[in-house]
Design a binder for this molecule. Structure first.
Ligand code: NAD
Ligand code: UDP
Length: 312
């Protein structure tokens, strides 16, 4: 039976990933310090006989007894509000934490998969973004703790590959949404859904003309699984949904799906907020045979049902 270590396993994406790995027959060790994650996300997994939870900061010595076949490094604050609050923690988990997880993979002869991000492209001057685009990143701006942390993490993963022969996979994940996001994580989908459910106007930052492309979490997990298990993949792979929307459009769609006309209030655009973001997924289509399947309306519907069950 393959055994996987998932850092950030109590987070939004990490908990879905643990679930999928268990369903595929893996034994799973989730490591998480709960800085932005929650035990609640693991409530259905805790009783699974092949699941273990270790509460630990992965920037510290990471010792996992026994064999390990896959190390999936998903620990990192991911919402702009979270990484602004935990700037040093974000840099540390992407630098020191990536170092520790690569060291673990090297020692165990395991494959390593890094959760990177579309933020490595910064405020892109090319749209959509292919993996060959080097990005347009402010190295010391509001988002730099995250962007530069992930850029360093990618460089470190490639160095472990070249110097130590570690089999590394790099997923450049674009905006992903779905059940188990925190209602207060500050990202646009939980913000808008929470506001609409409470009957408050939606807070659109800037004029709402900036774009994002939203991928439903099940589609992302399928892409991660294929990237993890493919025989051979060179370099980073974009995983995201190329269905690009303006934020103003998202505000209208969410109100329509909820049948609520709560209106909009405009707030200042946060510094360095990217104007466009859309993945070129040609590589994922070609190398992994992957593309998203869940439409925005379906995915938002499932996410809204989840939030309705929480205390919006
Ligand atoms: P999340 O905040 O829900 O999950 C991150 C998890 O990592 C949390 O459970 C947190 O407690 C844990 N963590 C953070 N620092 C840690 C440390 N030092 N030691 C142990 N655990 C630690 O965020 P998410 O949206 O699930 O993102 C998961 C990963 O995917 C992140 O690496 C993120 O950069 C990447 N990603 C996510 C998206 C997205 O849209 N959700 C997009 C791009 C990349
Ligand atoms: N945004 C918004 N209102 C909100 C939250 C976010 O208009 O209440 C905007 C934000 O400025 C950005 C986009 O929505 O342009 C996506 O923001 P999010 O924090 O979800 O992720 P990002 O893609 O910026 O990392």
């Amino acid at each position: 039976m393959p055994r996987s270590v998932v850092t950030g396993g109590a987070g939004f994406v990490g908990s879905h990933l643990c679930e999928r790995l268990l369903a595929e027959g893996h034994a799973v060790v989730a490591v998480d310090n709960l800085i932005t994650g929650s035990r609640q996300n693991l409530k259905d997994l805790r009783r699974h006989p092949k699941f273990t939870f270790v509460r630990q900061d992965v920037t510290e010595d990471l010792r996992i007894p026994g064999k390990v076949d896959f190390v999936l490094h998903f620990a990192s604050p991911a919402s702009p509000v979270d990484y602004a609050k935990y700037g040093i923690q974000t840099l540390k988990v992407n630098a020191l934490g990536t170092h520790k997880t690569l060291g673990l993979a090297k020692a165990k002869h395991a494959r390593h998969l890094l959760a990177s991000t579309s933020e490595v492209y910064g405020d892109p001057e090319v749209n959509p973004q292919p993996e060959t685009y080097w990005g347009h990143v402010n190295p010391n701006g509001a988002r730099s703790v995250y962007d530069e942390g992930k850029r360093f993490a990618e460089a470190l993963a490639m160095a472990y590959h070249h110097e130590h022969g570690v089999d590394v996979r790099i997923a450049r994940i674009f905006n992903t949404y779905g059940p188990r996001m925190r209602l207060d994580d500050g990202r646009v989908v939980p913000n808008f859904v929470g506001q609409a459910l409470r009957g408050e106007p939606l807070t659109v930052y800037g004029d709402g003309s900036q774009t994002r492309s939203f991928c439903y979490v099940d589609d992302l997990i399928e892409g991660i699984w294929r990237l993890l298990t493919a025989d051979r993949v060179e370099g980073p792979v974009n995983l995201g949904n190329p269905d690009e929307r303006t934020i103003a459009e998202m505000a209208a769609i969410i109100q329509r799906l909820l049948g609520k006309d709560v209106g909009i209030v405009y707030r200042p655009l946060p510094p360095d907020d990217p104007k466009v973001r859309c993945p070129d997924i040609t590589k994922a289509r070609t190398v992994l045979g992957w593309q998203p399947k869940v439409s925005l309306a379906d995915g938002l519907g499932r996410t809204i049902d989840f939030f309705k069950g929480t205390s919006a």
